[in-house]
Design a protein around this ligand. Structure first.
Ligand code: NAP
Length: 317
């Protein structure tokens, strides 16, 4: 045991930014430590890469004062179990909205304009296939098209701002209407099924909860236009992967852009990986140098505050 340093369990490997900030502040112990015998010397848990954390594991470290998550989405942590045990949980909302919305737009544009498919042809195609031909590589227009945002929260709002600059008509679906900002942002509310049936682009920005798990399944995909593109920057399980694979294979919809998948990562040889009309990123929505630095700072501030028994700068429960 390092003298006087609070003992914290974390999944790794941690990013250099997080490691640097934790250096000399805590004694880090590996995630496997949670699965051993009860350990009363552990003061905190730091989650970096979405490891599952439930009450059973929390009970193995009965003296923890805080759980700090590197990221805003906390679907991998049982908040109910943490609350029942009086453990504060911190996350990093706000600092990653712009970067994640940028990624949503990257995926929207790449899928609509067949950018990745085109890149593959430019690199590996034959002279014949590279030559621009009438009718080849036609994508779908982005400017002036309609976008439906499912989950107009912090990230959804940033997506709307970007869409407005592309002269898109923007609508959204939330459980609660945002009449306070509809006019100033230039968005209109639509019930879910109406949004799905009328939009050229549908972007998912909701948290993963019981209610949003497989929110988009076969019925919802069948409602979408054959010319529509689905973008998921939320969590993979918000979409039914088998239904999406079928929808893209049978062209119920035009394309998809996914930063997140279920399972994640997709196993090698998965049918989605064989389709040209889907662009897939390996969950890198917030992965910019600047944003990851801010996430590291806020999550470490949350951890250190909790360890000191102080209020967390960003506490979810
Ligand atoms: P937020 O500010 O809480 O916004 C979430 C929005 O979703 C709210 O507007 C909420 O409105 C809506 N919502 C929640 N449940 C809903 C439901 N059942 N049906 C319809 N709308 C619902 O959260 P955020 O900071 O924007 O983050 C959203 C999620 O993005 C995170 O939880 C995380 O999973 C994901 N994320 C992904 C990445 C990435 O790397 N791809 C990065 C950051 C975050 P109502 O409460 O009115 O329904």
């Amino acid at each position: 045991m390092l003298q006087n340093l609070p003992r914290v369990i974390s999944d790794g490997p941690l990013s250099p930014a997080v490691s640097m900030l934790l250096k000399g502040q805590v004694e880090l112990l590996p995630w496997e430590q949670l699965f051993g015998n009860k350990d009363e010397t552990i003061s905190g848990i730091y989650t970096f890469g979405h490891p599952l954390l439930d009450g059973k594991l929390m009970d193995n470290v009965p003296n923890i004062k805080v759980i700090s998550n590197h990221g805003v989405g906390v679907d991998h942590i049982s908040l109910m179990d943490a609350k029942a045990r009086g453990i504060p949980v911190g996350n990093t909302p706000g600092v990653l909205d712009g970067a994640t919305a940028d990624m949503g737009f990257c995926l929207l544009m790449a899928a609509a304009r067949r950018l990745v498919e085109g890149d593959r042809i430019a690199r590996f195609g034959t002279d014949q296939s590279i030559k621009p031909r009438t009718g080849a590589f036609l994508g779908r227009e982005i400017h002036g098209a309609s976008l439906g945002i499912i989950g107009l929260g912090r990230i959804g709002l940033q997506v709307a701002r970007r869409a407005a600059a592309f002269d898109m008509q923007i609508c959204y679906f939330n459980r609660k209407r945002r009449t306070d900002i509809e006019a100033s942002i230039g968005v209109s509310y639509k019930p879910l099924h109406e949004l799905l049936a009328t939009c050229d682009y549908v972007m998912l920005c909701v948290p993963l909860t019981d209610e949003t798990t497989r929110l988009i399944g076969a019925d919802e995909l069948r409602l979408m236009r054959p010319t529509a593109t689905l973008i998921n920057i939320a969590r993979g399980a918000v979409v039914d992967t088998d239904a999406l694979t079928l929808a893209l294979t049978e062209n119920w919809i035009y394309a998809a852009g996914l930063d997140v998948t279920d399972p994640e990562p997709l196993p090698k040889g998965h049918p989605l990986l064989k389709l040209d009309n889907v662009v897939i990123a390996p969950h890198i929505g917030s992965a910019t140098v600047q944003t990851r630095q801010k996430m590291a700072e806020l999550s470490v501030q949350n951890l250190l505050a909790g360890l000191a028994g102080a209020e967390l700068p960003s506490r979810i429960i």
